[in-house]
Design a binder for this molecule. Structure first.
Ligand code: HEC
Length: 94
């Protein structure tokens, strides 16, 4: 899983590094925190255990990876998923 993320990050760094996806830029990190509390925290009690997975990764590649992964992992709604991703990127410092 992490290897796939690294490959995606390398592919993105070939030219799209600074092009943040508008779909994720539209996400609301504050709303995303509430989504995390209701949809994720019962299994991932602390977000601090998740964010190290993304530290130092490319933000666009991480957002794209999370969008794919979370669609099948407890965040099926595209709008609240965008908010959640904005929150995860923010707490990851990306
Ligand atoms: C029912 C329990 C449960 C819920 C709810 C849940 N997760 Fe998970 N999550 C897991 C388990 C178990 C794993 C490890 C196995 C796997 O990858 O599916 C995991 C793995 C992950 C990973 C690591 C993926 C990787 O790259 O290996 C991330 C990121 C993650 N979850 C985020 C979330 C987010 C964000 C939410 C809320 C939308 C969420 N999870 C909700 C149980 C849960």
């Amino acid at each position: 899983m992490l290897r796939a993320l690294t490959v995606a990050a390398l592919a993105f760094s070939a030219g799209l590094t600074s092009a943040a996806s508008p779909a994720f830029a539209a996400g609301d990190a504050a709303a995303g925190e509430a989504v995390y509390q209701s949809a994720c925290a019962r299994c991932h009690r602390s977000v601090e255990r998740i964010v190290p997975l993304f530290a130092g990764q490319d933000a666009s590649a991480t957002a794209a990876y999370l969008d794919r992964f979370l669609a099948d992992h407890k965040a099926p709604d595209a709008s609240s998923r965008a908010d959640l991703i904005a929150y995860l990127l923010k707490v990851s410092g990306l």
